[in-house]
Design a protein around this ligand. Structure first.
Ligand code: NDP
Ligand SMILES: N[C@@H](CC=O)C(=O)O
Length: 328
């Protein structure tokens, strides 16, 4: 059976999830696609860290051992921050590898350049996991376009913030305690400032903006507010009025093509699509010209939801064993 050799950059919450799913689903993937997926190598920063045993896979802290290997077909990227991730993926594309990333801090800024580079090199860049974790929003919007036109996108795009707000409301626990739990469960970023300060949701909104509208607003024109100023009394007061705080990212295209974005806490009434979206769940409402409003809800962070989106990207790249021929 033909083999696809993959490398995983980063072996934290997400990288380990990719490895686990590829092992657990090995036979199912073989059956579905006709390919064996071989996790050839894994990049980490600290080789001395105790981690899952990975038999038959090279674990390295030298990215060149991966990027200079002509046998690697696909590079998964699950490291942290804009750099060195952008440089690594640019090199991988230049060498003819397909790339799959979860790194929204990198992709919000450098996604357009990576996509252009990949088109030139005739490889794929997949980024489902950058936005809303396991919710297939990239695939959904991509399939709506170009038959329809997106008018507005809004939703809960940060799992950590939603988890904290839910815990504070339902259990009355402090912001700090809820954040600690989100960190322990692998939802929060290595530095959670971007989660609770709104920057993470903003970056995801910019990724959606590029996809849906082909452009982003000037970043400085988008007001960004986090949930870090909300207190238990604020949340309890809202509950008394049967309202719930949600951290909402919103972008609209106006008739003249101007983009208006905002990110911040919003009070939501019962009956609204976002009212019941609790815990680590994310929700994205896409308003389009023809379809109307479409809402997707699901886990927005964590090992398996995120890794599953990335393995889904891999399956899209390699396709199915048999395709049904269209006959006239
Ligand atoms: N956690 C989640 O739910 C989600 C995360 N993401 C994104 O996925 C990416 C990974 O997140 P997550 O797994 O949670 O992060 P972790 O902090 O758990 O893991 C990061 C991994 O990357 C490695 N790493 C970091 N910097 C470098 C570097 N410069 N060179 C080599 N290796 C490096 C670390 O190595 P070492 O182990 O040696 O320290 C670690 O294995 C991030 O970009 C994040 O924003 C996206 C969606 C959801
Ligand atoms: N820290 C992020 C992880 C997924 O993107 C979040 O909480 O949403």
């Amino acid at each position: 059976m033909p083999t696809i050799k993959v490398a995983i950059l980063g072996f934290g919450t997400v990288g380990e999830g990719i490895y686990r799913i590829l092992q657990e689903r090995k036979e199912a993937i073989q059956k579905e696609t006709g390919y064996t997926i071989d996790v050839h190598s894994i990049l980490v920063r600290n080789k001395g860290k105790v981690r899952l045993t990975i038999p038959g896979t090279k674990v390295t802290d030298d990215v060149q051992e991966i990027l200079s290997n002509p046998e690697i077909d696909v590079v998964f990227e699950a490291i942290v921050g804009e750099e060195p991730a952008y440089t690594y993926l640019s090199e991988a594309i230049e060498k003819g590898c397909h790339v799959i990333t979860a790194n929204k801090a990198m992709f919000a800024k450098h996604g357009p350049a990576l996509l252009k580079h990949a088109q030139f090199r005739d490889v794929k860049v997949c980024y489902e996991a950058t936005t809303a974790g396991g919710v297939p929003i990239i695939r959904t919007i991509s399939s709506l376009l170009p038959a329809d036109r997106v008018r507005r996108i809004r939703g809960v795009l940060n799992g950590t913030s939603n988890f904290i707000l839910t815990k504070m409301r339902e259990e009355g626990i402090s912001f700090e305690a809820a954040l600690r739990e989100a960190q322990a469960r692998g939802f929060a970023e290595a530095d959670p400032t971007d989660d609770v300060g709104g920057m993470d949701a903003f970056r995801k909104l910019m990724i959606l903006s590029t996809l849906a509208f082909g452009k982003q607003p000037d970043w400085q024109d988008v007001p960004i507010v986090g949930i870090d100023q909300l207190t238990i009394p604020d949340i309890a007061d809202a509950s008394k009025g049967n309202l719930r705080y949600r951290h909402v990212a919103n972008i609209t295209i106006e008739a003249d093509g101007t983009l208006r974005g905002s990110v911040g806490p919003v009070l939501i009434e019962p009956g609204h699509q976002l009212y019941g979206v609790d815990g680590v769940d994310n929700a994205v409402i896409v308003d389009t010209e023809h379809l109307g409003a479409l809402t997707l809800i699901g886990p927005g962070a964590g090992m398996y939801p995120t890794a599953s989106a990335m393995v889904g990207d891999l399956l899209q790249i390699i396709g199915k064993r048999e395709t049904v021929a269209l006959t006239s």
